[in-house]
Design a protein. Structure first.
Length: 153
């Protein structure tokens, strides 16, 4: 199984989160290869300075190339909330899963419509660095639920 976590975010010089990201990637290895892909370019930066709608369009353009294989799941705070068991069901029986974390202005409705699922982990706002860690932990938790591993209990 391959899980791609694709995020609109600047590559940070702050490496405080790196050990935790690597930890979750490592402990998930018996179940899946988890890759984190951070996307941010001049087009996104310029669009964010102009308007939210242009920023969302730039995010879509950057993310669409990853949508051609596998199951596509967007994290969207306005979408249906899922718990850990519901999230685990989304990971079940797939060989490739692409999980998307949008930029500061979220996703275009058209992008969300192209995804197989749009889900929410709740209404709170987290920084991109923290939501990435929460998602990595939930990926691991979901994988352990699906493989009857005791971690999730």
């Amino acid at each position: 199984m391959k899980i791609n976590l694709i995020i609109i975010d600047k590559k940070s010089k702050d490496k405080r989160y790196t050990p935790l990201v690597e930890h979750y990637q490592k402990i998930a290895k018996p179940f899946a290869k988890v890759e984190v892909i951070e996307l941010f370019d001049k087009e996104i930066a310029k669009a964010q300075d102009i308007s939210p709608a242009l920023a969302q369009r730039a995010y879509t353009k950057a993310l669409e190339k990853y949508m051609h294989t596998g199951i596509n799941i967007a994290l969207d705070p306005a979408s249906k909330e899922v718990d850990s068991h519901g999230f685990a069901k989304l990971l079940k029986d797939s060989t490739t899963i692409n999980l998307y974390i949008g930029g500061a202005y979220g996703f275009e409705r058209d992008f969300l419509a192209k995804c197989n699922y749009a889900i929410s982990f709740g209404k709170i706002t987290l920084s991109h660095k923290l939501v990435k860690l929460v998602l990595l932990e939930q990926i691991f938790r979901g994988l352990t639920i699906n493989h009857n591993h005791p971690y999730h209990k």
